[in-house]
Write a protein that binds this ligand. Structure first.
Ligand code: GDP
Length: 610
């Protein structure tokens, strides 16, 4: 990088570092007054080259009293500009280091069609890996023989002259991880469902993910070669999740395939092209590249090595890049066949070397014309990230979400509902959806029965959702995952209390109140029947502590089966006040004898909310 490079002007730049460096925020430009935010009467007068008195007089005659120091709002600025013969325009200037927030507005005439980016999802063993292999090895042309290098994490396939980009990691972990980092790379989800097995839990999870990301689904009904294959059953089951096949009157295309026998793989590829053409996916190849890191690692010989998905613009060898918080130069770019590329256009995955550090999957990158620009932006991003980490707060607390919604930052609040039965999940969902008002829409992205699991937390994290548990609890592992992902879980056992809480939050009135705080859990390991007393639960406290005077609840498979209090808490025959994590104890639940080995006794107390 030693040699000084001249500013390249072959492509449009993505952000201008110059704007933020400019001291003056306003300029009268051929009769157009461009401003970026609040401005005082005095400043506006100067910018428009009129006297302050004239402006004050003009507004006075309109019945508005202002002074030289009044900070003018957009409406007044507009009024004054028009009066004095200027057109006006407000520019939102985003600091260059926040490049994820930069809105790229491409001149429509420069937009060219780009290949769709596809992720394959579905239940375990339904054939995702087999399908990926079948696609990878289909229609290989001379030169590609030897196959696609596995290490790139994505590859392109061509069918009838159209390219498709496949993300190579099947399943929703990769998809979720990207989304939770704010990156959306997938244009189309191919949902693999085995024709002999039908819709299974991870099928539903994949549907939830695709829906909440607003990504269209193509269903690949796989294993059609098997004797038990029943595509109609699959379509019927999908219908229960609002995925309605075309021949059932809906708009979801289902393609019947056999990944193993490589039957109708071309049909699936053609469908992907069809759907992508309907979506009119376009990008501007004539700008500096921007996109997302699909994966990265440290190569012993070559240093940091990353697979980038170009989402807009063109990356050329030698371009300067900011990736995450570090920068570098695209020293060598290779495609999935390890072939060296000089340029990479939109939707192309490329492996590059030349970065100073190993980025993380999901990091966004942007290419810059000048090294100095890339270097200073990377530095600022690093500082910003460190500052943010220091002040990390919950990403989706109920209060924050509603505050943001009311400030116009979010219009939709995503909610996941888990309940003790399908009926109550539906009831909670319906009640929540009735609360929608002009500012806030409650969008229930999942409402099912069963315990709150890590998969709920991942979906919540990816969609910035809150999880509501109705008569169900998360286990300790899920709880810690939620804490790690900063996902808020709110638990209730009365529907109207849940609804009231959300209503209060919608009105911005979430006050301090008594909320439950779980002190600990104990697992029932053995039962002792004592004729006069009932059944004593021989327990091990698995986390926290259990206090004899606190309320408890009994959980079976994550579902609350009883709420009450303890009639006795003892250690080695002695009654004790409290038992801590790692100790065995005996518990007698007042008025409830129907306990079983494996049940969980959870202790909680009521504390004031923060
Ligand atoms: P994944 O867990 O979704 O990635 O599923 P795999 O691709 O590993 O496939 C699971 C099993 O199903 C393997 O034994 C495959 O050989 C088998 N399989 C996948 N596709 C087909 C198919 O089209 N027909 C039949 N008969 N078996 C298949």
């Amino acid at each position: 990088m030693g040699k000084k490079t001249n500013k390249k002007t072959d492509r449009e730049t993505n952000v201008s570092t110059k704007i933020s460096a400019e001291k003056t925020r306003t300029k009268v430009n051929g009769g157009v007054f461009i401003y970026t935010g609040a401005i005082s009467t005095g400043e506006l007068a100067k910018a428009l080259n009129v006297s302050v008195g004239e402006i004050i007089k003009f507004l006075f005659l309109q019945g508005k009293m202002i002074t030289i120091n009044t900070v003018l709002d957009d409406e007044l600025i507009g009024l004054i500009c028009l009066e004095f013969g200027y057109d006006f325009q407000k520019k939102n200037i985003v600091a260059a280091e926040n490049f994820e927030e930069v809105e790229i507005n491409d001149d429509p005439s420069k937009l060219k069609p780009r290949p769709p980016v596809v992720t394959i999802m579905g239940h375990v063993d339904h054939g995702k890996t087999t399908l990926i292999d079948a696609i990878r090895n289909s229609n290989l042309v001379a030169g590609e023989v030897g196959g696609i290098s596995q290490e790139i994490g994505a590859y392109q396939k061509e069918i009838n002259g159209h390219k498709i980009t496949f993300i190579d990691t099947p399943g929703h972990e990769a998809f979720t991880q990207m989304r939770s980092r704010g990156a959306s790379v997938t244009d189309i989800v191919v949902l693999v469902v085995a024709a002999d097995d039908g819709v299974m839990p991870q099928t539903v999870e994949a549907i939830d993910h695709a829906k909440s990301a607003n990504v269209p689904i193509i269903v690949a009904i796989n294993k059609m070669d098997k004797p038990g294959a029943d595509p109609d059953r699959v379509k019927n089951e999908l219908m229960q999740h609002d995925i309605i096949a075309e021949d059932f009157g809906g708009d979801v295309i289902c393609v019947e395939i056999s990944a193993k026998k490589k039957t109708n793989i071309d049909g699936l590829l053609e469908t992907i092209i069809l759907v992508s053409e309907m979506k009119e996916l376009k990008a501007n190849p004539d700008r500096y590249a921007l996109g997302t890191v699909l994966e990265a690692k440290l190569d012993r010989n070559e240093g940091p090595k990353a697979t980038l998905l170009i989402q807009n613009g063109t990356l050329k060898e030698g371009d300067f890049l900011v990736v995450g918080t570090s920068y570098g130069k695209a020293r060598r770019m290779t495609n999935e066949f390890k072939k060296v590329l000089n340029v990479a256009t939109p939707s192309t995955p490329v492996s590059i070397i030349g970065l100073a550090e190993v980025p993380e999957a999901g990091d966004r990158f942007m290419a810059f014309a000048e090294e100095s620009e890339a270097r200073s932006i990377a530095l600022k991003r690093k500082q910003l990230k460190e500052a943010k980490e220091k002040s990390k707060t919950s990403a989706a607390s109920l209060e924050d979400l509603f505050a943001m919604a009311n400030a116009g930052d979010v219009q939709t609040i995503n909610v996941i509902v888990k309940a003790d039965s399908t009926g109550s999940a539906e009831a909670v969902k319906n009640s929540l959806e009735k609360l929608n008002n002009d500012h806030v829409k409650i969008n229930v992205i999942r409402a099912t029965s069963g315990a709150i699991t890590e998969s709920d937390v991942l979906l919540a994290s990816a969609s910035h959702a809150i999880i509501y548990g109705f008569n169900v609890r998360p286990d300790a592992k899920t709880r810690s995952k939620a804490a790690e992902e900063k996902v808020e879980i709110r638990l209730h056992n009365i529907i109207y209390a849940l609804i009231e809480e959300i209503e209060a939050a919608m009105k911005g009135m979430l006050k301090k109140e008594l909320v439950e705080s779980v002190t600990g859990q104990a697992e029932i390991r053995k039962l002792f029947k004592v004729s006069k007393l009932g059944t004593i639960a021989g327990c091990m406290v698995t986390f926290g502590f259990i206090k004899g005077t606190n309320p408890v609840r009994v959980l079976r498979d994550g579902i609350v089966i009883f709420t009450g209090e303890l009639a006795g808490l003892q250690r080695e025959k002695d009654q004790v006040k409290e038992v801590r994590e790692g100790f065995e104890c005996g518990m007698l639940v007042k008025g409830f004898n129907d306990i079983k080995e494996g049940d969980i006794i959870e202790g909680y107390e009521m504390v004031e909310s923060e």
